[in-house]
Ligand binder design. Structure first.
Ligand code: ZN
Length: 521
């Protein structure tokens, strides 16, 4: 990037910093190519070598980033932090690099290596234990993970509690206490809402469970992704067992999906979800390429975009008024006799279930709260790993009224606790739901008629342009709280999200017994 704001005598120092950061960025992007390949086309025989290739590149990137020479450059540029306009790119780069550098330096190399070796062993054990439902095989390893997580958190004693360290890493500025408050406000409304919906006869969603050949699913999903504005000249979609989006470069942002021929919703909504993530990355301003700002603002803000495009747009009535006839053309044998109303109800069916990733919009956050509370209790030594399965079952019964009969669909369900530190990986999903609704409400308040008119024609330029100007182009420049205030004019609030759920699901189910109320009362 052009150092527009840097005074001449500091230009060489700035340039050297940027060059070092660019090298680190390139190493990390190369790791992303390896990760993408590992999860799409790599033959099983490549697994062992691939892990060590990644470890080597990660170690090089880490060594470059924690090099004391980089610290000296930051020190030399310290006077700039006062002088630069606070919302300039340069000030943001210095802020984030200083923050990450200081943090990285506080964790000893030996600890990083020990933790990496443990997590790789645990992940391997989990991939074998889960299909066999063998909790005892991973329990001692998970206990070691908990010790490592507490040890790691202790490197950052300025935080209130261990979970804060991990939350602040993926959702900067957020704390366990604030999450707890947001969750309390949500829970007050969601639990009775789920109860009220459960009192209704289940929605008939058999139309989604006919035979849907993959080729038609792929063609339709990619057509919608292109209508959203995903640029297939600067991206591609492939198959992966656990769909994800990954950025190789500004001009190469890839998505993955998975199909089931007996379930139309899985592939389609997975594509729309990952497209949301990809639209964010594809529309970061090109001048931020190769800088530490060339990524989304946080896990939560990123998830706000996948949820917005998947749910607020992709599961909405106006969307399907345009696209349903096209879906019927793609699958005439399956859908010609199925009404739009039947289809719309099927894709928005609410039903408490065991699996988080398959949960509907209403029950999803209850799955997240469960995990958040359990990992907080583990880290605060209020819950033992040995008691985790029972705590899981008790909470499922209380919140969702369904209880797993095995560990596979219970405590062994998610990859997150079995591939890294315990803590910080779940709250971003719910933050995404909350932020997505708040951003969408702001977009509708400003651009509503244009957005609606376009959507009815299968076009999304007004919405995507609005999101690009307000959110996407800035990449990782702003703290999430700052971004939300700038974009919506108010602090983070669960209100838009609860209003959205109330409005949508009151129309689908009779929710007269559920108080909209003011959450927090
Ligand atoms: Zn996502």
């Amino acid at each position: 990037m052009e150092p527009r704001q840097i005074p001449p005598h500091l230009q060489p120092t700035w340039q050297e910093l940027m060059q070092r950061l660019q090298e680190i960025d390139h190493l990390r992007r190369a790791v992303n190519v390896l990760i993408w390949d590992q999860n799409t086309y790599m033959p099983p025989g490549g697994a062992a070598a691939r892990s060590s290739h990644q470890a080597t590149l990660n170690r090089l990137a880490h060594a470059k980033f924690t090099d004391p020479a980089l610290g000296r450059l930051l020190d030399a540029l310290e006077p700039l932090r006062e002088a630069l306009p606070p919302d300039s790119d340069e000030a943001a780069i210095l802020f984030w690099v200083r923050r990450d550098y200081d943090r990285s330096r506080r964790v000893p190399e030996a600890f990083v290596a020990r933790a990496a070796a443990h997590f790789s062993q645990l992940f391997q054990a989990w991939t074998e234990a889960r299909p066999q439902d063998d909790w005892q095989a991973v329990r001692p390893l998970l206990e070691e993970s908990l010790r490592l997580s507490q040890e790691f958190a202790a490197f950052f004693p300025e935080h209130q509690e261990p979970l804060d360290v991990f939350i602040d890493h993926s959702d900067p500025g957020m704390t366990a206490a604030r999450m707890d408050e947001l969750f309390r406000e949500l829970r007050e409304v969601l639990r009775p809402m789920v109860q009220a919906i459960k009192a209704h006869p289940p929605v008939d969603d058999r139309c989604l469970h006919q035979h849907y050949p993959v080729e038609g699913q792929r063609a339709f999903g990619e057509m919608v992704a292109a209508c959203y504005g995903y640029d297939f000249q600067q991206g591609r979609q492939d198959l992966a067992p656990h769909p994800f989006m990954i950025k190789i470069a500004q001009g190469d942002v890839r998505i993955t999906t998975r199909y089931r021929e007996d379930d139309l919703a899985i592939g389609l909504f997975s594509t729309l979800h990952e497209t949301g993530h990809a639209l964010y990355e594809q529309n970061i301003h090109p001048r931020l390429a190769d800088t530490p700002l060339d990524h989304g603002a946080s896990a939560g803000v990123h998830e706000s975009q996948s949820r917005l495009w998947e749910n607020l747009v992709g599961r909405s009535r106006p969307f399907w008024e345009h696209f349903y006839p096209r879906l019927q053309e793609t699958f005439p044998d399956q859908l010609a006799q199925v009404s739009l109303e039947t289809f719309y109800r099927a894709i928005n069916k609410v039903q408490p279930s065991l699996i988080r990733t398959e949960a509907d919009e209403v029950t999803y956050n209850l799955h997240i709260m469960l995990r958040f509370d359990l990992e907080r209790a583990l880290l605060n030594q209020e819950l033992r790993v040995a008691d985790l399965p029972e705590a899981w079952r008790a909470r499922m019964a209380e919140d969702l009224g369904v209880v797993p009969s095995n560990h596979r669909d219970g405590v062994l369900q998610d990859i997150h606790w079995f591939s890294g530190f315990i803590g910080g990986s779940f709250q971003g999903y719910t933050l995404g739901n909350i932020m997505g609704a708040q951003f969408f409400q702001a977009a509708m308040a400003e651009q509503g008629p244009a957005i609606q008119e376009e959507m009815a024609q299968g076009r999304f330029d007004a919405l995507r342009t609005w999101l690009t100007e307000r959110i996407y182009q800035h990449g990782g420049k702003f703290l999430p709280d700052t971004l939300i205030e700038r974009v919506t004019g108010r602090p983070l609030s669960v209100q838009p999200y609860l209003e959205y759920l109330q409005r949508k699901y009151s129309e689908l189910y009779d929710l007269s017994t559920v108080q909209a109320g003011t959450p927090g009362d």
